[in-house]
Structures are given as C-alpha cells and as structure tokens.
Design a protein around this ligand. Structure first.
Ligand code: OAD
Ligand code: ZN
Length: 246
C-alpha cells in the first residue's frame, strides 16, 4: 500500500524535506483555504494593494483575523506536525518548509530557525514601515477602544499580521533557504497542500527535476500527482501517526 511505501521511502532516504500546507493543520481545528469551509471559500482574500490603500480594508482584515483567533490561539500541533518533528529530531529532516502561518511546526518542537515560512506567520503582527513587532492581543485591545485598526506607535505605519498577502513580496531569505533545501533533499514530501499557489508550488517540481523522489500526501488530487513517485490520498494525521516517536 501507499503507506508501506512511504515508510520504506523515508527509511531509505538520506535527506527528507517536508513541505507543508494547510491540510496538516485541519485536525488541529484550523480551517484550510480552499476546501468547503476554508478561509478563502468564505471570504475572498484581501490583496496587499487593497490593505495598504484603504483604512476600511485594514479594519476588515483585522476583524477577520479576530474571528479566527479562537482557532489559531487554541491550536495544538497534530499528529502530522509531531511526525515531522520526529523526523527532524532523528536527523532525517534538516528543516520543515511550510506555507502555513499557524506556528504549529514551531510548537511541535522544530526550532524556529529550521521552520522555513514561505507565507509568514499570523500569530503576530509587524509594522509595514519600520518592522516593529506587535502582538495580536494588543491590536485587538486597541481595535476595541477605537473601532479601527491601530497604526504603529513608533512611526505611524500600518500594522499587519506577519503573513504574505497576494501581491506582497515573498520573503527572500526564506525563498533562498527553501530552494537550497529542495536541491539538497533526496526525498521531498508535499503534505496537505493543493499546490496551486506560486511560487511555493514550484518546489515539488524543482526537487523532482533535481533527482529527488517526490511524495504527495493530500486528501484531494493535485496537478503534480502524475509526476510524483508516490501519491497518497488519505488523512494526513492517520498516515503520519506511525512516524511519531516522542
Ligand atoms: P489549500 O486549502 O489550498 O489546500 C489544502 C489541501 O489540504 C486541500 O487539497 C485539502 O483537500 C487538503 N486537506 C485538508 N485537510 C486534510 C487532511 N486532514 N488530510 C489530508 N488532506 C487534507 O491550502 P494550501 O495549499 O496550504 O497563503 O494553500 C496555499 C496558500 O494559499 C496558503 O499558504 C495561503 C493561501 O493563500 C497565505 O495565506 C499567504
Ligand atoms: Zn512602525
């Protein structure tokens, strides 16, 4: 079966690179983006240009962020996160590359420096002008007082969750690191992603072209299934649970 092959492939690989999407966190109570009930299924994303162009949009973006705080704030790592943390701990995986913004790979014990976040992190916020860091709870408190999203207390800049919106530049260091890791691995595990958002979706093919084996673990088909060495259409937590070693 697919699961048995996955275990063998991980066993025989020397460098495994996990690359994750929102599907790894759904069992933790965090919705993904494109499934029924997903964040973009409910509301179209607010592009970066609209965020910076209007106060109404900034307020709306923050209101939406407060709505999901209950889920993000309470979430604990799931079986998938713990399995990948186990692969990291035993030295199989040098890092985890993620499109996720939920901080759960860090929470599962992978050191912050080895979680490569391609789309940033929604558990804190940054001033877009000076980079000053703010906590979501502080933004929420200010919002409740003024009924608007607060601006930076140092420079007056706009405060935004530390995520990468459509139209916003990709984090260069993370992109370079993800590329180097992709070129170093001999087994690339694409887990829980629809693989439709670029440039992130380019990494599985980069690994493949570089000679690595490619595994896709996702409930639904992706457009890269046909080039993968192994495709597992099943629940991530169930499939990865056997790899949890601590
Ligand atoms: P998507 O919502 O596009 O895809 C998640 C995939 O995970 C879907 O194909 C689901 O079928 C699958 N899935 C969900 N739960 C699963 C489970 N328990 N077991 C197996 N499969 C499961 O999310 P991403 O591909 O991560 O960017 O989305 C990519 C980017 O689009 C995100 O990083 C986000 C969004 O715009 C930003 O927020 C900047
Ligand atoms: Zn500032």
């Amino acid at each position: 079966t697919g699961r048995k092959h996955l275990a063998e492939m991980i066993e025989s690989a020397s460098v495994v690179l996990p690359f994750t999407g929102a599907g790894i966190s759904t069992e933790c109570g965090i919705p993904d983006f494109r499934s029924p009930g997903g964040l973009w299924t409910k509301n179209a994303p607010i592009p970066f240009g609209e965020f910076v162009a209007s106060r109404e949009m900034r307020d709306e973006a923050w209101r939406r962020r407060f709505v999901i705080e209950e889920q993000f704030g309470a979430a604990q790592p799931g079986r998938g996160h713990r399995a990948l943390a186990s692969l990291y701990r035993i030295g199989k995986a040098p890092a985890v590359v993620t499109q996720n913004i939920d901080n759960l790979h860090q929470a599962s014990g992978v050191p912050e420096d080895d979680v490569v976040e391609l789309h940033g992190n929604t558990t804190y916020a940054l001033c877009l002008s000076c980079g000053r860091r703010y906590e979501v709870a502080w933004v929420k408190e200010r919002f409740e007082v003024t009924d608007h999203a607060p601006d930076c207390t140092s420079c007056g800049g706009y405060i935004k969750t530390a995520t990468v919106s459509f139209g916003q530049a990709m984090p260069e260091a993370a992109m370079r690191r993800a590329e180097a890791l992709t070129l170093r691995c001999d087994l690339f595990l694409a887990i829980g992603s629809s693989l439709v958002v670029w440039p992130a979706a380019g990494f599985p093919m980069l690994a493949k072209r570089n000679g690595a084996r490619l595994v896709i673990l996702n409930r639904e088909p992706t457009e890269f299934d046909e080039v993968a060495d192994l495709v597992v259409h099943a629940d991530i937590g169930n499939v990865l649970a056997p790899f949890v070693t601590h």
